[in-house]
Design a protein around this ligand. Structure first.
Ligand code: PMP
Length: 363
């Protein structure tokens, strides 16, 4: 026992133990360079190899076509809420947003500042427990893009198939909380963005994958740091990038490749999520997951119990057993287990065992 807990946090979140240990081993003197990555020039040959390898591994994992740029940026996914319309739209263009939870709602609200943003579907009246059926969407003809949040981290709803907007409308997805958790057909999207701090690394790195033909049309007011073309032309080295974070992302990408790529990651994630949802569904209502079965997230599993007191008692027992960060987001309450790529199956099994024993003692 090395004192590590099972960390069910929604992000920053648990990382693979092997990656942390490698980063620790290489921290003081990176591969004989005589210095740590934090101390290196971002333009030196060492860091150049680090960022190039990270990009190559990500391209190989997600099978990213050559006509897409991969950018390592800063500012979190929240910055992308502005960058997307600033780069893809004229101020008078319409952009459609599916609002399936708190994060897509934030994206919509920020988008309104830089284009004519329209909500084409909202799950709010159902407390964000559902997603639109394909036929249910009426999109704006001529909309520049359709924005979706592939996985709502707080509400636990995840797209299993993606809408195809049709016409010239571009599909844009916030994949912050399910990035690299399963294979994705990148060619269906004009742009994918994700903050690193759930599945792939530390906070401070934001990944943008964008079709190259869309670059170079940003609005006049676009700050240089938000202009994709500037970053693409400079291989993400226009200014000083988050070097150490990019290095850790690269280690995680290599680790995922070694463990069989994203198809294998998806299989592990399905297995873990099934353990947890089955336990909830078999509890005769002692535990309840509000999300419609077809759209339940493989990454973030929210559930509730009869009373806040019971939930508090459960969280306390979980913490005593080395299972932490299970409290639901402050906006929705309840319990939330985030079970990203790096959460071991043993962690989910331990949580399920506690759920069963807790129910026996309290039902
Ligand atoms: N989108 C989603 C789906 C998220 O989960 C989060 C963070 N929890 C964000 C956007 C915002 O990310 P950041 O904190 O990196 O700005």
């Amino acid at each position: 026992d090395d004192g590590r807990v099972f960390n069910f946090a929604a992000g920053p979140a648990t990382l693979p133990a092997s990656v942390l240990k490698q980063a620790q081993e290489e921290l003081y003197n990176w591969r004989g360079s005589g210095m740590s990555i934090m101390e290196m020039s971002h333009r030196g040959k060492e860091f150049t190899s680090i960022i190039q390898n990270a990009e190559a591994s990500l391209r190989s994992l997600l099978k990213i076509p050559d006509d897409y740029a991969v950018l390592f940026l800063q500012g979190g996914a929240t910055t992308q809420f502005a960058s997307v319309p600033l780069n893809l739209c004229k101020p008078e263009d319409t952009a459609d947003y599916i609002v399936s939870g708190s994060w897509s709602d934030k994206a919509f609200k920020e988008g309104q500042k830089y284009c004519t943003a329209k909500v084409v579907w909202s799950g709010k009246s159902n407390k964000y427990t559902d997603l639109p059926q394909p036929g249910e969407l009426s999109l704006t003809p001529g909309a520049r893009f359709l924005h979706i949040c592939a996985n709502e981290t707080i509400h636990g709803v995840e797209f299993k198939d993606y809408p195809s907007p049709g016409g010239d409308t571009l599909l844009v997805a916030d994949m912050s909380s399910n990035f690299c958790s399963k294979p994705v057909d990148v060619s269906k999207f004009a742009l994918i963005y994700a903050g690193a701090q759930k599945n792939i690394g530390p906070s401070g790195v934001t990944i943008v994958i964008v079709r190259k033909d869309l670059l170079g049309n940003s609005q006049k007011i676009t700050p240089v740091m938000l202009d994709y073309k500037i970053h693409a032309d400079n291989n993400s080295l226009y200014n000083t990038p988050p070097c150490f974070g990019i290095y850790v992302c690269g280690l995680v990408f290599s680790d995922l490749l070694e463990k069989g790529g994203l198809r294998a990651a998806e299989q592990r994630n399905i297995e873990k999520a099934k353990l947890l949802y089955d336990a909830i569904d078999a509890s005769n209502g002692f535990f309840k997951c509000p999300v419609k079965k077809e759209v339940r997230s493989l990454m973030n599993v929210p559930f509730t119990m009869e009373t806040p007191d019971l939930e508090a008692a459960f969280l306390k027992e979980a913490a005593a057993g080395g299972m932490v960060q299970l409290k639901g987001h402050r906006s929705v309450g309840g319990i939330r287990a985030s079970i990203y790529n790096a959460m071991p199956k043993a962690g989910v099994e331990k949580l399920v065992a506690l759920m069963k024993s807790f129910q026996e003692r309290h039902a």
